[in-house]
Design a protein around this ligand. Structure first.
Ligand SMILES: NC(=O)c1ccc[n+]([C@@H]2O[C@H](COP(=O)([O-])OP(=O)(O)OC[C@H]3O[C@@H](n4cnc5c(N)ncnc54)[C@H](OP(=O)(O)O)[C@@H]3O)[C@@H](O)[C@H]2O)c1
Length: 261
């Protein structure tokens, strides 16, 4: 009698796969032979990440879309669900940071941050819920930030968006069946296109691959929340006095040049 091999591929839907954390999460799960649905807005980047994932052993499907587009995102999810028997992991990673630039008095970019980082997560996760509830299984991972806990000066919209996804993850965890896991990942600074664009101020920065390995370990353990690196847990615990000092120094620095507030 021949042995019967059961080939188990994790089915994973991942947004923001074209760079940074998302790109490297795709490579790590590709090494495990996952079936990956990858999305992002840049077609060329999406194609190159997808072919590298295939070389690493994954089966890949790509969706070139903007996560703020509810209908395009839902269509991609319906398409992926039609190709798989169950969804194992959804990673709502797409997002970006922006400095408020309050002196301009223009809410446009602040609204965009909220739309991408909050509505983008809702558009990505909610359409998977009926299937997860029905099958009583699945894992939702939301990429929050240490800014889910801490609002530093100059980036109010970003902090608001990350506080909002923390609230969503806490509520969804309490609402969904117990076998549907919800993890909020809260990175400090990790090297990526986003942190490259921020200039030099990025304390306790870690490398992308290091960050991604830590994220995957937390997801494997189905942690409810994971704040890393460790130093940020201390910073969050001391939020009151640190915020006071940061705000004082921010105002001092910008006293002469209010056009940077
Ligand atoms: N790196 C850090 O230090 C850090 C710290 C805390 C939290 N985070 C969070 O980690 C996540 C990933 O960021 P990252 O650091 O890896 O930055 P990144 O290299 O800039 O990657 C951001 C990804 O999100 C995608 N994206 C952005 N807006 C999108 C939209 N409207 N629709 C679809 N995709 C969109 C981008 O793809 P396209 O441009 O191709 O669309 C890209 O793949 C974000 O949620 C970020 O807030 C990062």
């Amino acid at each position: 009698m021949t042995d019967k091999f059961v080939v188990f591929r994790m089915n994973i839907y991942l947004t923001g796969a074209t760079s940074g954390l998302g790109e490297h999460l795709a490579y790590e799960y590709a090494k495990r032979g996952a079936f990956l649905a990858l999305s992002g807005r840049r077609r060329d980047k999406l194609d190159s990440v997808a072919s590298k994932c295939e070389e690493l052993g994954a089966k890949v499907i790509t969706y070139c879309l903007d996560v703020t587009d509810q209908h395009a995102t839902k269509e991609s999810i319906d398409d992926f669900l039609s190709k798989i028997s169950n969804i194992d992991l959804v990673i709502a990673n797409a997002g970006y940071g922006f400095v408020d630039k309050l002196h301009k008095g223009d809410p446009t970019e602040l609204n965009k941050v909220i739309d991408t980082n909050v509505n983008g997560v809702i558009n990505t996760v909610v359409p998977f819920m009926p299937s997860m509830i029905k099958k009583d299984m699945g894992h939702i991972a939301i990429i929050g930030s240490v800014a889910s806990h801490f609002a530093w000066p100059g980036a109010g919209a970003y902090a608001a968006s990350k506080h909002a996804v923390k609230a969503l993850s806490v509520s969804w965890r309490k609402t969904l069946p117990k076998n549907v896991n919800v993890t909020l990942i809260c990175p400090g600074f990790v090297k990526s296109e986003m942190t490259d664009s921020m200039g030099t101020w990025a304390p306790f920065m870690i490398g992308t691959e290091d960050g991604v390995k830590r994220i995957i370990r937390a997801l494997d353990k189905k942690k409810k929340m994971f704040i890393f690196p460790l130093i940020w847990r201390l910073v969050i615990a001391l939020e009151g006095p640190i915020s006071f000092l940061m705000s004082k120094s921010f105002r001092e620095n910008h006293k002469k040049n209010r056009n940077k507030l």
